[in-house]
Ligand binder design. Structure first.
Ligand SMILES: C[S@@+](CC[C@H](N)C(=O)[O-])C[C@H]1O[C@@H](n2cnc3c(N)ncnc32)[C@H](O)[C@@H]1O
Length: 430
């Protein structure tokens, strides 16, 4: 396909998304099935353009004074892909497969500079109804934090230290120019590509899964380490899902003690059974929803980990369509789930034990406000300042929390180069 044909396709996919209100990945998949002639490079470029339009939908639309699919694609080619206004003008020439030529109004939009009077939510590309939440957490940095959540994310890899070391993997993947990550000895990062350049398909490399694998992002690794789980402990991962954090906990416990993985959703837990039995056969017990298989965990756990159900606002770089689909009702629903999980966790922690509350959200209602109301209901718990926890768990200097807090940690793409993650450590005093 020609670059102009790809632009037409992106407009088509965005039009379908607007009409049918569904995830971008589904719309792209359907487009691919209906256009079998498109090669993998075409699909990747079309997908990248659609996602770039969604990441910066508000600011692109404001610059064009039009937030329709064609206007978004036009402006994304300039603002996100770095094309000149003239080359975009030449691309849209109305020839076969190319979009119609530009109007004068569109031409003006390609070079319009956004006025500083444009509201923060538009410049920072987050939903208007979250303006107060962003201002409450980030203050004057709201626009910059929102903008950093509106660009492509890097690829994070984890070196398998049993089979390789970081230098070997750096050499093996040299063509992707990976860099060692900050805050850890076993991580590598491949910077996001720009424009139509494809995200490196690292899974296709022969050494994938042996010397290294695509890891949970750096933020998730830090959050797992900050649980402080260690050998011979009784630990429960209360929202285990497919087991991302559980595997990290099992490794930290060195196959000793007891690690329980629980999830309210039986289907989500399914992949975990085999993964954990292979990784930590002696340590791990899995509980399905509604069953604790005769164990009596109440008041016995050294560590309770809540990787809470949340809006995922910290992952908007990877799921930009989710940010515009999020509604106040969905946020309230997640917050009610969080209250329920916290209530369950409270009964499990032993006196002197620790509850780690984690979200991949930057919204205060899911983070600090949730923790504060838990502490009001349960004065037997106290917050442990996050720097103390960081220093016990992570071999790198602690960067400031993105919201300036000394008690809880908020990581963000802008402040830490991670997805958005919130970590609070609550110790049970009695
Ligand atoms: C953020 S996901 C967990 C991701 C997982 N820990 C990982 O690292 O891959 C949140 C999980 O919480 C589960 N969940 C929701 N409400 C729950 C509840 N009341 N009790 C336990 N789990 C719950 C959901 O089914 C979902 O799997």
């Amino acid at each position: 396909m020609t670059p102009a044909g790809r632009a037409s396709a992106a407009i088509e996919v965005l039009t379908d998304l607007g009409a049918r209100k569904r995830p971008a990945s589904e719309a792209l998949k359907d487009w691919g099935s209906a256009h079998r002639f498109a090669g993998s490079g075409d699909r990747a470029a079309i997908g990248s353009l659609v996602f770039d339009c969604l990441r910066q939908r508000a600011s692109l639309g404001a610059a064009m004074e039009d937030d329709g699919p064609r206007a978004l694609v036009l402006r994304a080619l300039v603002s996100a892909w770095g094309m000149s206004a003239d080359s975009v003008d030449r691309l849209f020439d109305g020839s076969r497969f190319a979009p119609e030529p530009l109007t004068e109004v569109e031409r003006a939009g390609l070079t319009r500079v956004l006025s500083p009077d444009v509201p923060a939510w538009v410049r920072g590309d987050y939903p208007e109804w979250l303006e107060d939440s962003f201002a409450a957490v980030f203050g004057e940095d709201a626009v910059a934090e929102g903008a950093a959540l509106s660009v492509r994310a890097p690829v994070d890899l984890r070196v398998n230290t049993l089979k390789a070391n970081r230098d070997k993997v750096l050499k093996a993947l040299a063509r992707f120019t990976p860099q060692p990550t900050a805050y850890g000895r076993h991580g590598l990062r491949i910077a996001p590509r720009q424009g139509s350049a494809r995200t490196p398909h690292v899974e296709a490399d022969a050494a994938h899964g042996k010397g290294w694998s695509r890891g949970p992002g750096r933020g998730a690794q830090i959050a797992a380490a900050m649980t402080g789980a260690g050998p011979r402990e009784q630990v429960i991962d209360l929202c285990a899902g497919a087991g991302g954090k559980t595997l990290a906990l099992a490794a930290a416990m060195a196959n000793t003690g007891q690690l329980y993985a629980y999830d309210a959703n039986r289907m989500r837990l399914r992949p975990i059974f085999d993964r954990l039995r292979r990784a930590a056969p002696a340590t791990c017990r899995c509980w399905r929803a509604g069953s604790t298989r005769g164990s009596r965990p109440e008041g016995r756990m050294d560590r309770v980990v809540i990787d809470a159900p949340c809006t995922g606002s910290g992952t908007w770089r990877r799921r930009p369509d989710a940010k515009w689909r999020l509604t106040p009702d969905m946020l309230s629903g997640r917050m009610a789930d969080q209250v329920a999980v916290l209530a369950r966790a409270r009964d499990l922690v032993k006196p002197g034990g620790r509850l780690t509350y984690i979200t991949c959200s930057v919204l205060p209602g899911e983070n600090r406000e949730q923790v504060d109301s838990f502490l009001e209901r349960h004065p037997e718990f106290a917050l442990k300042p996050w720097r103390e926890v960081w220093e016990e768990a992570i071999e790198a200097d602690a960067p400031a929390s993105a919201d300036g807090s000394d008690e809880t940690l908020l990581m963000t793409p802008r402040s830490h180069g991670t997805d958005g993650f919130f970590v609070a450590t609550l110790e049970r005093q009695a």
